[in-house]
Design a protein around this ligand. Structure first.
Ligand code: Q9C
Ligand code: ZN
Length: 342
């Protein structure tokens, strides 16, 4: 399997994140991608390719132009308005407040375009996230040209980012950008399967009222797990997209067999949908040793996951999402991809 590697990932380098009112060491760190690259090379998974720049237009098919403009210049604005180091939002337009009028205040716009204070916006966040979207588009080209599967090795992750907000360590929704580009290239039905520990609220929201992209996710129950405010089983799609969204929230102490039973249910829905492309939001924060998550998958389960996804039988684009047990992340990702390869 080929890997498209976003070497620009390292430009997004936060030392700390905001958690429970304190700055704590960041979990989403550059070393994550370094460990994965090392494991991909050591395993001899396949060629490692550089992204081809497709420009900003494919990002604007998913994200609001004003959001992209804001993110592109946000850290410069933060510094110009007296900020130091990484930027963190502190005020949000919740219920009864207006989000249709863009404030002049930078602090207010930082809140308007975000969902949490746990996502440091650093000097290189835009450059890294932009390059990650380009890696995803490059990998899609390879799959459309006939590759059975391609892996996108990138960070920051993407599945929490909505059309016009960042959060959950995500800025640009790589899976959504790739799925939309696949539609724009002429594919009729695209499925996104999200196996990250966390529900991909951004991806779900972007396609919620559409029948051309099916979103299915297996994740920690949002009643106790991030992103808290989306990911319940009764979210099944709206309008033309009614029936094209499927969530499988699981309790934090779920047995591995029950995780696979949920995966089976998700795949049954996707089989019925008959997609021409499968985009996998590949988070490995389902690992038993993950520092911020609670599931108990390990290397044999990751390998089994990969085998099962191969049996699904569709051209498959793997996109890296979460996974915070830094030293184990490479092994876990390679287990999924190696299992897929057989
Ligand atoms: N200190 C992804 O896996 N906050 N995002 C956790 C822990 C948010 C995870 C707080 C976790 C987001 C892509
Ligand atoms: Zn996650």
């Amino acid at each position: 399997m080929q890997t498209v590697y976003n070497a620009g990932h390292a430009q997004h380098a936060a030392t700390h994140e905001f958690f429970r009112g304190r700055l704590v060491p960041a979990f989403e760190v550059p070393a994550r991608a370094d460990y994965i690259l090392g494991a991909v090379q050591k395993a001899g998974l396949g060629e490692v390719l550089v992204p081809v720049d497709h420009g900003r237009a494919p990002l604007e098919r998913v994200h609001a132009a004003r959001y992209l403009r804001f993110i592109a210049g946000a850290h410069t604005e933060w510094l110009a308005t007296g900020g130091e180091g990484d930027a963190f939002p502190a005020v949000w337009p919740v219920r009864t407040l207006r989000s249709d009028v863009e404030p002049a205040s930078f602090a207010a716009r930082l809140g308007l375009y975000s969902m949490d204070s746990g996502t440091p916006l650093t000097a290189g966040s835009w450059a890294a996230a932009y390059a990650g979207a380009q890696a995803s588009l490059t990998a899609l080209d390879l799959v459309l040209a006939g590759q059975r599967s391609v892996y996108v090795l990138t960070r920051p992750p993407g599945h929490h980012a909505g059309a016009d907000f960042f959060g959950g360590y995500c800025f640009i929704n790589n899976a959504a950008v790739a799925a939309q580009a696949a539609r724009d290239a002429g594919l009729k039905r695209v499925a996104i399967l999200d196996v990250d520990y966390h529900h991909g609220n951004g991806t779900q929201a972007i396609f919620y009222d559409r029948a051309d992209v099916f979103y299915a996710s297996v994740h920690g129950d949002p009643r106790t797990e991030f992103p808290f405010f989306l990911g319940h089983a009764d979210e099944t799609g709206a309008g033309e997209g009614a029936g094209c969204n499927a969530n499988f929230p699981l309790p934090v102490d779920v047995a591995n067999e029950d995780w696979f039973a949920a995966l089976e249910q998700a795949l049954a829905r996707l089989t019925a949908y008959r997609p021409e492309l499968l985009v996998v939001s590949l988070g490995v924060d389902t690992y038993g040793g993950d520092p911020i998550s609670h599931f108990k998958l390990d290397e044999p389960e990751f390998r089994r996951m990969g085998r099962r996804l191969a049996a699904f039988g569709a051209p498959t684009l793997f996109i890296q999402e979460g996974g915070y047990a830094t030293e184990a992340i490479g092994r876990n990702v390679v287990a999924v991809l190696g299992g897929f390869e057989g």
